[in-house]
Design a protein around this ligand. Structure first.
Ligand SMILES: [Cu+2]
Length: 68
C-alpha cells in the first residue's frame, strides 16, 4: 500500500471535490481518497500492484481537472 499526494488545479467547490473523490474511489486498488480544496491536493492510498500514480492522475484529468 502506498500513499501519494497529487496536486490538482481547477477545483473550485465542494462539487469538484466530490467528483474527484467518487471517480478515484471507484478505481480498482484504491482504498482511500482525501481531497483538499484549500491545499489543492488529493491524497490517495492505493495498491501499487493494482493501479499506479499515472493511472490515478489520468482519471483526475478524465473528469475535468489538471494534475501538476
Ligand atoms: Cu466545483
Amino acid at each position: 500500500m502506498k500513499t501519494q499526494q497529487i496536486n490538482v488545479d481547477g477545483m473550485s467547490c465542494g462539487h469538484c471535490v466530490e467528483t474527484i473523490e467518487n471517480a478515484v474511489m471507484k478505481m480498482e486498488g484504491v482504498s482511500q481518497v482525501q481531497v483538499s480544496l484549500e491545499n489543492k491536493n488529493v491524497s490517495v492510498d492505493f495498491d501499487e500492484n493494482q493501479t499506479s500514480l499515472e493511472d490515478i492522475k489520468g482519471k483526475i484529468v478524465e473528469v475535468g481537472f489538471e494534475t501538476l
